[in-house]
Design a protein around this ligand. Structure first.
Ligand code: ADP
Length: 394
């Protein structure tokens, strides 16, 4: 059966159409600049890509366009073939710890968390509403970035702030990238044939987070109340001393929002290197001897190594370390920098196995105390599989 996996942003809508249970990617594409001048979409089918520039004033029109193309291009012969639509939803607060079937009531409850993720949740829900209109009667399922982390215990999700901040205002660690961490955990557990594994999953892409998982339960994760926390990222600072905010606001005469924006958009690789947020540009500059690019790489690998060491301790010794997402899957150099920094844990990289991109592979030596695997992530597939599972249950 065919299931659509959707990731709607404020001005974009990304889709992948899967044939399940075969896990075959039938088609995928992206609608961009929705509601802006110059909107267009691209669709990939059988290795070919088409691009069309059309006026797309809102998400409803984007979804109408998508459905028309699916029919016109012969990707589906009738709309009845699409048996479910899974949506990435960023924030489900403490209420949603699992994927959920979406209806008007659930949408209202999800919107309660909009203020926790103002850039993402309202946009995600625009996608949901557009599909409900376009494909009435088809099941819509919401899969939350935060859900997997709801298995964390209080001693790990609470900040040592006044308890009232948590009780009255919901200040706690929620964690993100949960769908990716859950997917790669599932893949490695399946591969090793064990369901009681202690795993440290490192999702290191443009955004990044590290998670400690014991037998499918999250023990701790590096992102926090928002995706700004944890390791250094492409443009995000990760953890810093919170007092810096007031100090820099006073010094620069800027507001908290402006300073927070700098931490989100002008920090990380970009902030340190002054070159780019993209790890490939940093690698090129570092290869040419750029000191700040080298500094950025060293800081980045340091933060990740330190989280791995901390989580190894929390787990009482990890069974496996998994690297995934843009850098984890593709950057041999960053994999080496990170693994060299956790040599004290007995981790040993096998350099002869490290020169590759985007494959499932073990990259540690036989002597390595903790084996290290690269496991390509697939959040779209996870969302489609969750949608199928809920469809079959109901
Ligand atoms: P997003 O968080 O946007 O989904 P990705 O997981 O796609 O991000 O990761 C993007 C990051 O991965 C970028 O910094 C990019 O430079 C990096 N990356 C992708 N391919 C390579 C590569 N071959 N070498 C080094 N870095 C890479």
């Amino acid at each position: 059966m065919k299931i659509l996996s959707i990731n709607a942003g404020s001005s974009s809508l990304k889709f992948t159409l899967f044939e399940l249970p075969e896990k075959e990617k039938v088609a995928s594409g992206l609608f961009e600049k929705i509601g802006l001048a110059g909107s267009f979409y691209t669709i990939k089918l059988n290795g070919e890509k088409i691009k069309k520039e059309v006026n797309i004033p809102n998400h409803t029109v984007a979804v109408e366009c998508l459905i028309k193309e699916l029919l016109d291009m012969g990707i589906v012969s009738s709309l009845e073939e699409i048996e479910g639509v899974g949506h990435r939803l960023v924030h489900g607060g403490e209420e949603f710890s699992e994927p959920v079937i979406l209806n008007e009531d659930v949408i209202k409850r999800v919107s309660y968390y909009n203020e926790f993720a103002p850039l993402h949740n309202p946009a995600n829900l625009l996608g949901v509403e557009a599909f409900m209109k376009a494909l009435p009667g088809v099941i819509n399922v919401g899969v939350f970035d935060t859900a997997f982390h709801q298995t964390m215990d209080k001693e790990h999700f609470l900040y040592p702030t006044p308890y009232e901040w948590y009780e009255k205002y919901g200040v706690r660690k929620y964690g993100f990238h949960g769908t990716s961490h859950r997917y790669v955990y599932g893949e490695i557990a399946k591969y090793l044939g064990k369901d009681n594994l202690k795993v440290i999953t490192c999702h290191i892409g443009n955004g990044g987070s590290i998670t400690a998982i014991d037998s499918g339960k999250v023990i701790d994760t590096s992102m926090g109340f928002t995706p700004l926390a944890g390791i250094m990222m492409g443009t995000r600072s990760g953890d810093i001393d919170p007092s810096i905010l007031e100090y820099i606001c006073n010094k620069k005469g800027i507001t908290i929002s402006e300073a927070t924006n700098e931490l989100n958009k002008k920090s990380g690789f970009l902030g340190i290197s002054d070159i780019s947020s993209d790890a490939r540009d940093i690698e090129d500059a570092a290869a040419n001897g750029d000191e700040r690019a080298i500094l950025a790489q060293n800081m980045y690998s340091d933060k990740i190594a330190n989280y791995i060491a901390m989580y190894n301790n929390m787990l009482g010794g990890a069974d496996v370390i998994v690297l995934t997402a843009g850098l984890g899957e593709n950057s041999s150099l960053m994999r080496k920098l990170i693994l060299d920094k956790i040599a004290s844990l007995g981790v040993e990289l096998d350099e002869s196995k490290n020169d590759f991109r985007g494959e499932f592979r073990c990259i540690s030596t036989e002597n390595s105390k903790i084996p290290v695997y690269v496991v390509p992530t697939d959040e779209e597939l996870m969302i489609a599989l969750d949608t199928l599972a809920l469809k079959e249950k109901n």
